[in-house]
Design a protein around this ligand. Sequence first.
Ligand code: ENO
Ligand code: FE2
Length: 395
Amino acid sequence: MISPLIRLSHVTFQASNAQKLIKNLVDKYRFHPFAVRSLQGGSPCQVALRNGGVVFMVNENNLKTYKNSVMLFDSPLPIPFPDTACNVSFEVDDVPGLCRRLVGEGCQLLVPPMQLHDDFGSVTYCIVKSIVGNVNHTLIDRSHYKANFLPGFDYFECENNLFSSNIKYIDHVTYACPRGETRYILEWYRRCFGFQHFPLSEGEDPGRGFEISGPGIGLRLTSMACTSLNEGCKIVVAESLPQEGPNQIDQFLKHHKKGGIQHIALSTPCILKTTRELSELGVCFAKQPSSYYSHPRKREEIYSVELKPELLSQFGILLDSAQRNASQDTYKKFLLQVFAEPLFYKDSVYLEFIERRMAEGFGEGNIRALWHSMQNIQEDLHLKEQEVGTPTVAQ
Ligand SMILES: O=C(O)C(=O)Cc1ccc(O)cc1
Ligand SMILES: [Fe+2]
């Protein structure tokens, strides 16, 4: 099947304190607000922010905006709902045709095809409920629209950070889902949008995915890709496996019963530069035990891609390399990854930073280390919560 998806447009967050999230994204992650919609009284209810090729939209999640039902291009989740990322929006070129197909597949349309106009032209969109918990997809045809975002928004004057940004696009979005649901999720995305299973290991069975279990870890990870999608954002589905001790997928599901977006990975051309800059702005990154960088094999691996363990260790950056030397010359594929602190409270959505050097997959070593690093952040935040006596929200 030819996929109807052209590119990922933006990801929407629904936050009870939108101003706080916006401030966080601006002050710490160098996002620039560029478009806003306001309520009649003047207070903003939807703000779009950009960093490089990544656009986030933030919806105010409170009763006032909810009752007035003024969200455009989104269908707000019923209140009360935890602060979360709730909509992955794609550009498509035939909204009515796609809607007919989705309805034929039994999908629930939250908003049927609608056309909105302003001075810059018109946009047609619809909203489809996904098969994963609180996640919806807004599908947008922007081909008759000339401004930078969507009708109904006011634009801020200049947008000059496109060139200074260290973030290029969304590399993957990872869902946490209840046990046993991965196969249905893959099937839904295949039928509706033409995603294909993207094996994480050679010969991987799509029904089983990639399983890692052991002390402190129980994870089934299955990835899918859509080749038509510009910059190829993947969707990764994570479910828990039986294990001892706390499991971050189960923790997430305590707040998002039927699943949701657990993390969003942002692609950067230079993770060292990005993590240094962001940590100067106050972003905390998940730490790695020093043993990760002192292990002789890991040190050798790091040196072999011409990096230094001491540099990576400053920000807890993980390396996974597929050392397939085609000839004697160093043709090396590798990827570097790190999680930042959660955007809201400890079991909420995380941002990941990822630098790919010809490596398209996800390395087993990194998955395991990323898991433990997220577990460590959660334990630290849990301790802080106990000290303060209130749930910790990343400031
Ligand atoms: O490989 C990646 O990009 C991951 O992000 C792996 C991963 C997925 C889910 C987790 O809860 C922890 C780690
Ligand atoms: Fe990830």
